[in-house]
Write a protein that binds this ligand. Structure first.
Ligand SMILES: Nc1nc2c(ncn2[C@@H]2O[C@H](COP(=O)(O)OP(=O)(O)OP(=O)(O)O)[C@@H](O)[C@H]2O)c(=O)[nH]1
Ligand SMILES: [Mg+2]
Length: 297
């Protein structure tokens, strides 16, 4: 055993679309969390593990905090806040916007109750002016006693190493929780389902991506090929038509893009067979949400 080992849990929290999952991927140097320009991309808390120079960082990427309108939304927000228990430090991610939103004020109220070191991470510095950044620091600083303020660009990998150097100061455990080469606790099936969902988020608009869930019905590993049969659930027959697209063009693109990503991730050939089904209002059905993996138990 190496006596200098240390490890700790770091929760990444913030409102939707601020770049939490992008930040996680950049810190890991590997894409394990899906990313899109649409809010509420992440639906469950995802563990990403980085073991470097005797230190194991266990990051928890969480769904964006928002005002829930469905049972799925309730689950997402609950899942995000529950990541705080057991955390050694928190990365509270915001953008350099004009003022902290009511959601951000709510998050700060919760963070204050936890007595944890909280880093204010101001993301997307690549597209924000210096003045806005300065004003954001002035707006947030009086709201709580942040351990530090770190402006970054998760997309351009700028300032991200400062986070790694800083948060490990709070790590107390002297053992590793995961094998050194492990990067996520997500099973391969879940990664496949998420990558397919990411392509739907990118290729469809409005309510469709928010009302879509993906299940993996079959996942077979043969010699140098992974064969996947996945079902895409949407909420309306009209949505099914849009996901399939004219002459099946959209579903074909979803399959092709997902296959390309998964072949890179798994390092072998991948075959994907996609089916689209309708499950009305599943986001408000406990049983359906559970079936799609959006449940605590
Ligand atoms: N310009 C710029 N865009 C960024 C940066 N980080 C993330 N983005 C973009 O912001 C959008 C949202 O990124 P995500 O990582 O999915 O955001 P999130 O906070 O995980 O969102 P939810 O999962 O919905 O809570 C995507 O279009 C990203 O490419 C950044 O540093 N600079
Ligand atoms: Mg996310």
């Amino acid at each position: 055993m190496d006596d200098n080992r240390k490890s700790g849990f770091v929760a990444i929290i913030g409102r939707p679309n601020v770049g939490k999952s992008t930040l996680l991927n950049t810190m890991l140097g590997e894409k394990i969390a899906i990313v899109s320009s649409k809010p509420q991309t992440t639906r469950t808390s995802i563990t990403g593990i980085l073991t470097k120079d005797g230190t194991q960082y266990i990051f928890i990427d969480t769904p964006g905090i928002h005002k829930p309108r469905t049972r799925l939304g309730d689950y997402m927000v609950k899942s995000a806040f529950s990541s705080l228990s057991g955390a050694d430090a928190v990365l509270f991610v915001v953008e350099a916007d004009s003022k902290p939103s009511p959601t951000e004020l709510k998050i700060i109220e919760r963070l204050k109750q936890q007595n944890l070191p909280v880093y204010l991470i101001i993301n997307k510095t690549d597209v924000k002016s210096k003045e806005k950044l300065g004003q954001t620091i002035l707006d947030y600083s009086p709201l709580m006693d942040f351990t530090d303020v770190i402006p970054v660009s998760a997309l351009k990998n700028d300032g991200v190493d400062i986070i790694l150097n800083e948060v490990c100061r709070h790590f107390k455990d002297d053992r590793f929780f995961f094998p050194e080469d492990m990067i996520t606790d997500q099973p391969e099936r879940q990664i496949a389902a998420e990558v397919i969902r990411e392509k739907i988020l990118r290729l469809t608009d409005d309510e469709i991506p928010h009302g879509t869930a993906v299940t993996i019905e079959d996942f077979k590993e043969k010699k140098d090929l992974i064969s996947i049969r996945a079902e895409i659930f949407c909420e309306k027959a009209s949505h099914k038509g849009i996901i399939i697209g004219k002459n099946g063009e959209t579903i074909k693109k979803i399959g092709t893009y997902a296959r390309e990503d998964l072949e890179e991730f798994f390092g072998c050939r991948v075959f994907i067979d996609l089916w689209v089904k309708v499950k009305k209002n599943w986001r408000d059905s406990v049983a359906a949400a559970k079936n799609f993996g959006y449940t605590d138990n």
